[in-house]
Every structure is written in C-alpha cells, then in structure tokens.
Design a binder for this molecule. Structure first.
Ligand code: XMP
Length: 518
C-alpha cells in the first residue's frame, strides 16, 4: 500500500504515544507507519518516506545507553520533525545544547511564541498551552535553526530549519491536551514537508483491492466470519477484490446474541454477495458444555470445538476447491505490538495458522494489517456495510457462555438473549452505542432472590448490567449511563422476562474487575 501513497515514518524511541502519533498523521489523511529507533538510516531511506517524525521517549538523550539518532538521518534531505525526546535528540545530534533543567515540566504548560515564529508556528496565538513531559531542555538551538517558542522550563521549546526541512517541538502535539496539536502537526507535514492529504477510505479500498488481486491471482481463499467488525470488513474487502474465489465459513455455536447469526447469514450476504457456508453447531457446543460451570473449562471446550468445526468445514471445502489462502483480520496495533515491523505487506508468507493440522496449511492474507480500528470502520462503511455491523461492540469468542454464571443450558441462553437484546436496544435508542465500549449483561443463573411480581412472591434470578468505557479493553471504567435509561432497561427486563426479578449495575473499573464476569 505504502508504495502507492506517500509514507510518513514514525521513529519510535519507546514512546507511550507512538501509535497515537501514527493515528494523528493518518487523521491528517497521510499514511504513516511506526518503525523502531534501531532501524538503520539506509533502511529508512529505502522505504522512500516523504517525511519522518521522531517520537518522544522516556530517557535523557545524554544518558548512557539512551537511544540515539544517527546524525546521517539529517543529511538525507527527508523532512524530519522531532517531538519531545525526538526534538532533543535532533538538537543534540546537530550541535545544540541539551541539559537537565532545574524545572521539569509535566502536564499542561504555557508556551510563548516568538516574534518570528516561522512556518511552523507563524499562525499561532502568542500564548497557548501544550502537553509537556520532560526533565531535560534545549538551551540553545543547533546552528542554522530559528527558535520559535519558549516556556518557563524550555529556553528553546520549538525550532525549525526550513533549508533542511527540519523542525521540532518540546511538547506532545499528538495528545488531546495540547492546544493546536493537530494544526502544528499538519503545518509540518503539509506546509514544510509537502505531503499530499489523500489517505482516504476510498483510496484505502482501491489500494487494498489492487494489492489483494496482485497477491492472490486466481487462487482460492477462505475466511472465517465471527460476526465481529474485523472479520466482516476483511471478508468484504477480499470479496470486492476477488469475488467468488472467496468462501466464508461461519460457525454458529449457539452462544451468539439475539439475531446475530441471522445478521451474518442474511444481511452480510445480501450486502457483499459473499459465498457463505454456515455450520449450525449449537447441539455440538451445548453437548460439550453440559454441566460445566468453570470459566476456563468453558473457554477450552468452546475453543476446541470451534477449531474442530472449522477444520471440518475447511477440509471439505479444500477437497472441493484446493484453497491456498486464509484471511485473518489482524489489525495494525497487533502488528506493532508483536514487533512485526513493516505493516505494508498484505500477505504473510508463513504457514502455521491457529493450530490447524498439517494437511490444512494456508498462507495468511491480512488485508487489515496496516489499519487502526477506526480506519477499519471507515473502510467497512466505504464498502457499504450497515452501521450496526460496522459499529458493533466487541464480543468475546466464547459468547454468552461466559456471561452465564453457572452451567450453560439452552433455557438460560434463551433468557440471557432476551435480556441482552432489551439492554442493547435501549442503549441504541438512547443514542449511546458509540460512547460505550461494550455492554455485557450477565445472568447469575445460580443465584436467586425474593421479589414480588404481580401479586405474588417471586424467587428469580438477578442480571447484572456491565456498561464500560475503554480505549482498548486493557483498562476500562464503568459507563455512567443516565438513570432514566437504566430505569427503562430495568423495568423492561423485569416486565418482559419473568424469570428475572432483579437488575443490578456493576460499578467496578478494570482493574480490579475484568470486563467480562468469567
Ligand atoms: P476482560 O474480561 O479480560 O476482557 O476484561 C477484555 C476484552 O476481551 C474480550 N474477551 C474475550 N474475547 N475470547 C475472546 O475472543 C475470550 O475468551 C475473551 N474473554 C474476554 C472481552 O469481551 C473484552 O472485550
């Protein structure tokens, strides 16, 4: 993909924010990738970046073992922008003066813009606030640089050398707390580095389609659909590229939410025209889960049965069609976090997929490998997938089985499906789907409490509402849903689902609680 689009490389010095920087650059509609700071200059240049951004990092530039910038990078003629550590590393490498300040600056910090604020800050107001996090400061800019701003703790808080296309800021323009952060970033990328802003969902689709066609040729491809956003978008993209060379398999394990299987079987097929094989295996999964209430055992059983079912379907299809590729919905953050280097390749050439046996070895095709989640959604919309599919909340592979505390039975699943459908419908009706990361509803199937429903005493089950907000599911907070919404959900559940006589709200963050109860 990157060969079609201009590429900005983010050199990662161990920043908390490297992925955020890459996302901000892409929000400016310019394609960017993250590379480790150990990447040799020759390798960087070979990728022909239009610009380079040096990220922040946790160390002092002059500390022993601190990651260094090879000064040769600044002789390549590629416009380069430093942020925080990257700014100091640039200053140090080019002969500026970097020292420990008496005054560390952490958090929102006033920045004072110089009289002559150059191309980078020329349009800024004289004072604004930027997010800083540093104990060292640049005392003197390197020769040839113009100092553009200062703060109390940073004699030189921004500089540029337009003749060489070099610039930098002491603060973190990528974080939301920095005023004009995106403006400053785009000033560099567009005005100084001359990047084109054409990384759009339509172009992403066109490029991916071309790359998939070129890689796959006339081979046969298989994709497992889960009902989730990633596999749906990956399949739709591959379908657009190679049409009926793609076959999708959907394993309905009977643990999905209300209407989800139908959504895949009917709506997804209607929108994409994809060739879909559905395996309805509720009996198999429920049989294997019979009497099991331990969470990890449930997971193991479901994982095992899933692989067996998928293998079975894949083997049958393989006999018929000789399948060469398997689509996987890997996203860019996974590639970066596994140290996976270049995101640009659509095809990974190793064969060892998710524990499949030897006679079922496919080459992986990962059409979302370069994309962040928000870009996957934008691509899904571009491909015409419906909003409820594109904006679907994450849902665990083991499904409702891990939201029933106790053994999984058909009756309990049916009950939880109804309860869950009410909660989700009300959340959607309130327009809050996109504010809430996930909204599990948990059935405490082995707890009963006394209630009064109608004129009689009841002895039913409680359900737990677990709305959470999150960025990435690693940490989460409980979602502050409005009381009137909670009231509507509670009333509807107890009215419409007679086995439930109590609705409780989980107000635990993660940590210490996990998002799911099991
Ligand atoms: P926890 O409960 O650990 O969940 O806070 C974090 C995220 O992962 C999802 N989750 C799972 N997804 N298989 C999955 O595919 C699982 O066994 C599983 N357990 C939890 C959970 O829904 C949340 O988004």
């Amino acid at each position: 993909m990157s060969h079609e689009h201009e590429l900005v490389l983010v050199v990662d010095f161990g920043a908390q924010y490297a992925q955020l920087i890459a996302r901000r650059i892409r929000e400016a509609r310019i394609y960017s990738e993250i590379i480790p700071h150990t990447t040799p200059v020759a390798e960087i240049i070979a990728r022909r970046p239009k610009a380079i951004v040096l990220s922040g990092g946790p160390q002092s530039v002059y500390a022993a073992g601190a990651p260094q910038v090879d000064p040769a990078l600044f002789d390549t003629g590629v416009p380069t922008f430093g942020m925080c550590y990257g700014f100091q590393a640039m200053a140090q490498a080019l002969g500026g003066d970097v020292r420990r300040t008496g005054l560390s600056e952490f958090g929102r910090t006033p920045v004072h813009v110089a009289e002559n604020a150059g191309a980078l800050l020329g349009d800024m107001p004289p004072n604004f606030r930027a997010w800083m996090s540093h104990g060292d400061a640049v005392y003197a800019a390197p020769p040839g640089f113009l100092c553009l701003a200062n703060s109390d703790g940073s004699p030189v808080a921004a500089f540029e050398d337009l003749a060489r296309g070099l610039a930098g800021v002491q603060w973190h323009p990528e974080v939301g707390h920095s005023e004009f952060g995106q403006v400053v970033l785009e000033k560099f990328l567009v005005d100084i580095a001359g990047c084109r802003q054409d990384w759009t969902p339509a172009n992403i689709v066109d490029d991916s389609v071309a790359a998939i066609r070129a890689a796959v040729g006339d081979a046969q491809v298989l994709c497992a659909l889960s009902g989730g956003v990633d596999s749906a978008v990956a399949a739709a993209l591959v379908q657009k590229a190679i049409g009926d060379q793609l076959t999708c398999v959907f394993v309905d394990h009977g643990l999905l939410r209300k209407d989800e299987a139908e959504r895949v079987e009917r709506d997804f097929v209607a929108v994409t025209g994809v060739d879909l094989v559905v395996r309805k295996e509720a009996d198999r999964f429920l049989g294997a889960l019979d009497g099991v209430s331990d969470p990890e055992t449930k997971r193991k059983i479901i994982g095992r049965e899933f692989i067996r079912t998928f293998e079975d379907a894949a083997r049958a299809l393989n006999a018929e069609k000789d399948i060469e590729y398997l689509v996987q919905g890997t996203l860019y953050p996974d590639v970066v976090e596994s140290g996976g280097g270049e995101g640009a390749a659509n095809i990974k050439s190793h064969h060892n997929v998710g524990g499949l046996p030897d006679d079922l070895q496919f080459t992986l095709i990962e059409p979302l490998r370069t994309l962040f989640k928000d870009e996957v959604r934008a691509v899904g919309t571009e491909l015409g997938l419906p909003d409820d599919m594109v904006w679907r909340h994450p849902f665990p592979g083991p499904g409702l089985a891990i939201r029933i505390i106790g053994a999984v039975t058909r009756e309990r699943l049916d009950l939880l499906r109804e309860v869950d459908a009410i909660a989700r419908a009300e959340l959607t009706e309130a327009g809050l789907d996109r504010d809430i990361w996930q909204f599990p509803v948990v059935l405490l199937a082995e707890v009963r409490s006394v209630g009064v429903q109608g004129d009689g005493r009841s002895y039913g089950h409680p359900v737990v509402l677990r709305p959470v907000t999150s960025e990435d599911a690693m940490t989460a907070d409980w979602g502050r849903l409005p009381y009137d919404l909670l009231e509507r959900i509670s009333t509807r559940i107890t009215n419409e689902c007679r086995e439930v006589n109590r609705v409780v709200l989980d107000i635990t963050s993660k940590p210490p609680g996990t998002i799911e109860w099991e």
